[in-house]
Design a binder for this molecule. Sequence first.
Ligand SMILES: C[C@H](O)[C@H](O)[C@H]1CNC2=NC(N)=NC(=O)C2=N1
Length: 103
Amino acid sequence: MAMRLSEQQREAALAQLDGWSRMVGRDAISASFRFTDFNQAFGFMSRVALMAEKLDHHPEWSNVYNRVEIVLTTHDAGGLTDKDIELARFISRIAPDGSMAAL
Ligand SMILES: C[C@H](O)[C@H](O)[C@H]1CNC2=NC(N)=NC(=O)C2=N1
């Protein structure tokens, strides 16, 4: 089973992940995305969903029209693991330039 990341590991991982921030009050990271319209947002979500199935690691997320909010944490481990970092990297890689919205 995936192990929670040490403080040192999460600092190092987060330093490489633009646009993702640690949440206050829970061991998770989050990011927000804004697309041109719902079609673009849902296309993005579909690609994330396929990867989530492949990794057997699934996001907590919500969508309102062109916005998508994503929270990553590992429920089985009760916090952040390398699986979250792996999925976050994939998401950042496929997100169109400029779609990661500053909160
Ligand atoms: C049985 C199955 O492998 C587990 O429930 C997986 C599925 N997807 C998951 N996704 C996330 N984010 N955390 C988990 O602990 C998790 N566990």
